[in-house]
Design a binder for this molecule. Structure first.
Ligand code: NAD
Ligand code: LMR
Length: 332
């Protein structure tokens, strides 16, 4: 029997990530090839005409899974009844700007959209915040939408996770799909810690640790980490625009694994609220290794954290604590 359509909100849908993301959702990349969807697209009034253009293109593409399109500049209309909310709308970082520069512009948006979601979205709506500062926007959304379960509010660090997989795959000349269990700890920023201590590669002789195959701890502990940390800035420098197709694709990976589950023996990175695991301050939205089953994520427990890693986990937690303070000062 055909499934009922799910309503998927994309905010900032007239922007460049939105333009890459909505066709992926309409093709079933996010929720599966047998899951019909109704797209809800929100943007601000100056972008209304462009948003209508995106709607026209969605109609023209005649996606079989797409059962309806709501294109609106009204947050209440856009949020009503949505099952999944992908929050892309906001002010992007431009060349030379630090993420903190965009903080005040974005936290006030996330405070007001929190109430629209809380009042009008489906009660079990799953929220993914993409717009930067992603972790702190998600934290503001969580704090100003207290009736949405905190487990349902997440932010995107899957792009960083995928970037780490990509770097290892290039270094070892192996298929990216054979690399697994990298971890992004912390903030979606240059303090994030891409950790390969538990990562493996599938080889003909079975799974082997990435460290054993790379045989270059100096590279893994320095250049690999900074390349992943700085990849967003490198893309901005090259394109004069922030990443879009990789962000859209990673947003689909995040929701698909959350809803459909992670594969046996592997985990992914998601920005989720901290319960104090790995001595990360409780209540921050922090990227952890998670497995997903039955639509719920669980932080992977019991991984060994060496001194090198401990310092890096603490540094990115410290930045998130400072961002939280700054966010609240922007709101007052
Ligand atoms: P963009 O400027 O092309 O698009 C943003 C869109 O948001 C615009 O259409 C704008 O009109 C709209 N918008 C602004 N305020 C809004 C509001 N209050 N409600 C709804 N829509 C609103 O930017 P982009 O390149 O699509 O990037 C979007 C965000 O994603 C940025 O914050 C960027 O830094 C972030 N980003 C995050 C990641 C990640 O991995 N977490 C990766 C890439 C980009
Ligand atoms: C990215 O990681 O590509 C984006 O978050 C852009 C940025 O602001 O770093």
């Amino acid at each position: 029997m055909a499934k009922d359509p799910l309503r998927v909100l994309v905010t900032g849908a007239a922007g460049q990530i939105g333009y890459a993301l909505v066709p992926m959702i309409a093709r079933g990349v996010m929720l599966g090839p047998d899951q019909p969807v109704i797209l809800h697209m929100l943007d601000i009034p100056p972008a209304a005409e462009a948003l209508n253009g995106v709607k026209m293109e969605l109609v023209d593409a005649a996606f079989p899974l797409l059962k309806g399109v709501v294109a609106s500049t009204d947050a209440v209309e856009a949020c009503t009844g949505v099952n999944v909310a992908v929050m892309v709308g906001g002010f992007p970082r431009k060349e030379g700007m630090e993420r903190k520069d965009v903080m005040s512009k974005n936290v006030s948006i996330y405070k007001s959209q929190a109430s629209a979601l809380e009042k009008h979205a489906a009660k079990d709506c799953k929220v993914l915040v993409v717009a930067n500062p992603a972790n702190t926007n998600a934290l503001i959304l969580k704090e100003f939408a207290p009736s949405i379960p905190e487990k349902n509010i997440t932010c995107l660090t899957r792009l960083d996770h995928n970037r780490a997989l990509g770097q290892i795959s290039e270094r070892l000349s192996v298929q990216v799909s054979d690399v697994k269990n990298v971890i992004i700890w912390g903030n979606h920023s240059s303090t994030q810690y891409p950790d390969v201590n538990h990562a493996t590669v599938k080889t003909e002789g079975g799974e082997k640790p990435v460290r054993e195959l790379v045989k270059d701890d100096e590279w893994l502990n320095s250049e690999f980490i900074t390349t992943v940390q700085q990849r967003g800035a490198a893309i901005i420098k090259a394109r004069k625009l922030s990443s879009a197709l990789s962000a859209a694709s990673s947003a689909c990976d995040h929701i698909r694994d959350w809803v459909c589950g992670t594969s046996e023996g592997s985990w992914v990175s998601m920005g989720v609220y901290s319960d104090g695991s790995y001595n990360v301050p409780a209540g921050l939205i922090y990227s952890f290794p998670v497995t997903c089953r039955n639509g719920e994520w669980t932080i992977v427990q019991g991984l060994n954290i060496d001194d090198f890693s401990r310092k890096k986990l603490d540094l990115t937690a410290q930045e998130l604590t400072e961002e939280k303070t700054l966010a609240y000062s922007c709101l007052s």
